[in-house]
Design a protein around this ligand. Structure first.
Ligand code: COA
Ligand code: AMP
Length: 628
């Protein structure tokens, strides 16, 4: 049996033995008493009784073991034309100071801290500082609007919010503080203190009594050491789009996470401690949590924090520059980033003269890697280009080519094979396993391995309802897939109303909520349609109320602005089309699945429950118009 198949088989046949051995790879204060057990909600938990601290493992442990002078974090910011590098010792000291700052504000173990910050080192300090004192961080992506931040504030109920005066999007200054102020006005939960990191290019207005200056606070703070935490204590909450307007608060615990992060670096990404790992994503997304901050540091690597875009900062050669300049060994980003590069520099002229010999693997995720981008990359780089599949919920890859164990042949369009610990099945709606090349729902045997979500933040019912109820004994991923004759899995896309825009996961329901609030709109539907660069973009269909004196163009502009203001620019909502009716079932449910099938030019079955099939030609006409 090949090394991958052998290791995978062990992980499925004896999960407890397998994950006990992996747990031995990290330095616990007390080794777990049980490897797998159930909690009071009848949900599985890994490593109960284990004591550790994630910030200790990511920083102090390395300083104690000879990595103190190795670069831990390299901040490379083409948008502000700056670079900074922190050794493990320096990073530990910075983190300890921010931990002290939080302590001085009364933040204790179990308190929540919201981090709404751009891609600067202080954001990384803040995350690790929370981990150090056992506070639970929740990082909110900067491209979300005030309302989305307010929703997260009300759900997480943080004691403190950490922010910066602004971000830089290519050359556009995005002031963050007005958004924070607006969110705090909208939220019901009162946040006691807001700490603001002032950046040179934009100054934030401060509110007396509530807002504090980050650097001033740092000056007067004593560093805080790490505390001993239970393996099952939450490390962070990350909100992700669900099928309703309310995002899901995915919880990550300390023990399972640390073990899974370390395991994945070695066995999936095939990288050694001391090497350089770069995930070009944003700390606001799960990729940023796992592979900019935690995994590289837990594994003793140097991680790159890149504040820029694949293009225009200053050009489509910026990725090649970073790889060469910092000697990146393993690189991870979303295919959309490379589609943007291919569009600007199809011949990769900007790569000429760059020494990329350090680079061993390129990993891609966030969306399916289209075959032409894959081939372009393989040809230009001459190294394995590895598509791998995972979700915010899992926190680390579920289907991948486990390069650190055995590099399997790459099959274009496939994320390869299940990762150790993930017993993946493709089933029909009755839960019956399908044969090769038959498309169905992708489900994974429960319990999922360590590091995956143990629950949603204070919402066990939603956790069970969203993931465990549909296929008893299995986790429902929400994605469709098929397996080929060689056992390679091909992801065919979401089966629900979640869309993926430029690698960003968004809820169409959240956009519909905003659009439906417009006084002229009787009803609406938002679906994702194909886009050459972003993978998908949202497209709104609206039915007007009678008697509104507004041109379709004016309405579209108003709706675009509303979605931008309420959900955020990251939604990239740019088109809303007026139609007379929407396809619905007799009970009034909008048939978005059929609309999506029409948009993607895919065959679909007429549901017997459709209210009136004569509505479909109008939708088809609209799609043709949009395609033009
Ligand atoms: N703060 C504030 N605004 C932000 C933001 C942030 N952190 N991130 C994005 N935005 C804004 C952008 O300024 C843009 O606003 P605009 O409509 O005023 O131009 C909008 O949100 C959309 O941004 P983006 O999705 O980045 O699209 P783009 O057209 O500017 O760039 C790509 C396209 C492909 C270059 C870019 O999306 C990209 O680099 N994607 C990689 C995605 C990724 O890393 N995903 C993580 C999973 S691995
Ligand atoms: P997120 O939670 O933001 O990471 O988004 C997860 C979703 O993105 C998955 O459910 C998939 O729909 C999609 N996705 C992520 N990676 C891939 C991939 N490699 N291939 C296909 N779809 C992917």
């Amino acid at each position: 049996m090949s090394p991958y198949h052998d290791l995978y088989r062990q992980s499925i046949q004896d999960p407890e033995g397998f994950w006990k051995a992996q747990a031995e790879q990290i330095s616990w204060f007390s080794f777990p008493e049980t490897i797998l057990s159930k909690d009071e909600n009848d949900l599985y938990r890994w490593y109960r009784g284990g004591k550790l601290n994630t910030s200790y493992l990511a920083l102090d442990y390395h300083v104690e073991n000879g990595r103190g002078e190795q670069p831990a974090l390299i901040y490379d910011s083409p948008v502000t034309n700056s670079r900074r590098s922190y050794t493990y010792r320096q990073l530990r000291d910075e983190v300890a100071l921010v931990a002290g700052m939080l302590r001085s504000l009364g933040v204790e173990k179990g308190d929540r801290v919201i981090i709404y910050m751009p891609m600067i080192p202080e954001t990384v300090f803040a995350m690790l500082a929370c981990a150090r004192i056992g506070a639970i961080h929740s990082v909110v992506f900067g491209g979300f609007a005030a309302r989305e931040l307010a929703i997260r504030i009300d759900d997480a109920q943080p004691k403190v919010l950490l922010t910066a005066s602004g971000g830089m999007e290519i050359s556009k200054i995005i002031p963050y503080k007005p958004l924070v102020d607006q969110a705090l006005r909208e939220a019901k939960h009162p946040v006691e203190k807001v700490v603001v990191f002032q950046r040179d290019f934009v100054q934030a207005d401060m509110q007396d009594g509530r807002d504090l200056d980050w650097m001033a606070l740092r000056e007067t703070t004593a560093p805080a050491s790490y505390v001993e935490l239970d393996a099952t204590d939450p490390l962070y909450i990350i909100y992700t789009s669900g099928t309703t307007g309310k995002p899901k608060g995915v919880v990550r615990d300390n023990g399972g996470h640390a073990v899974a992060m370390k395991f994945s670096m070695q066995h999936i990404y095939g990288i050694e401690p001391g090497e350089v790992y770069w995930a070009a994503s944003d700390v606001g997304w799960v990729v940023g949590h796992s592979y900019i901050v935690y995994a590289p540091l837990l594994h003793g690597c140097t991680t790159i924090l890149f504040e820029g875009k694949p293009i225009k900062t200053p050009d489509a050669g910026t990725f090649w520059r970073v790889i060469e300049e910092h000697g990146v060994n393993v690189f991870f980003t979303a295919p959309t980033a490379f589609r943007a590069i291919v569009k600007e520099d199809p011949g990769a002229k900007l790569k000429a003269g760059r020494d990329l010999s350090s680079l061993r693997y390129l990993f891609l995720a966030g969306e399916r890697c289209d075959v032409s981008t894959l081939h372009w990359l393989e040809e230009k780089l001459g190294i394995p280009v590895i598509d791998h599949w995972w979700q915010t919920e899992s926190g680390w890859p579920m289907i991948a080519n486990m390069a650190g164990v055995e590099l399997l042949p790459v099959k274009p369009g496939s994320a390869a094979k299940p990762v150790c610990g993930y017993d993946c099945r493709v089933v029909n709606e009755k839960g019956q396993e399908l044969g090769p090349n038959e498309e169905g729902a992708l489900i994974i045997r429960y319990p999922l391995p360590p590091g995956t979500l143990p629950n949603l933040w204070q919402d066990t019912d939603r956790f069970v309802g969203s993931y465990l109820r549909l296929f008893p004994g299995y986790y429902f991923s929400g994605d469709g897939a098929y397996r080929d004759d060689d056992g390679y899995i091909f992801i065919t896309g979401r089966m629900d109303d979640i869309i993926n825009v430029a690698g960003h996961r968004l809820s169409t329901a959240a956009m519909e909520e905003v659009i439906a609030a417009h006084p002229a709109v009787a009803e609406c539907a938002v679906i994702g349609v194909d886009d050459q660069m972003k993978g998908q973009i949202p497209l709104g269909f609206v039915v007007l109320k009678d008697g509104f004196d507004l041109t379709e163009e004016a309405l579209e502009q108003e709706l675009i602005q509303m979605v931008r203001k309420e959900v955020g620019p990251v939604a990239a909502f740019k088109r809303a089309i007026v139609v007379k009716r929407l396809p619905k079932t007799r009970s009034g449910k909008i048939l978005r699945k059929i609309m999506r099938a029409i948009a993607d030019d895919k065959p679909f079955n007429f549901p017997s429950t459709i209210e009136d099939a004569t509505v479909l030609p109008e939708i088809e006409q609209v799609m043709k118009k949009v395609a033009r």
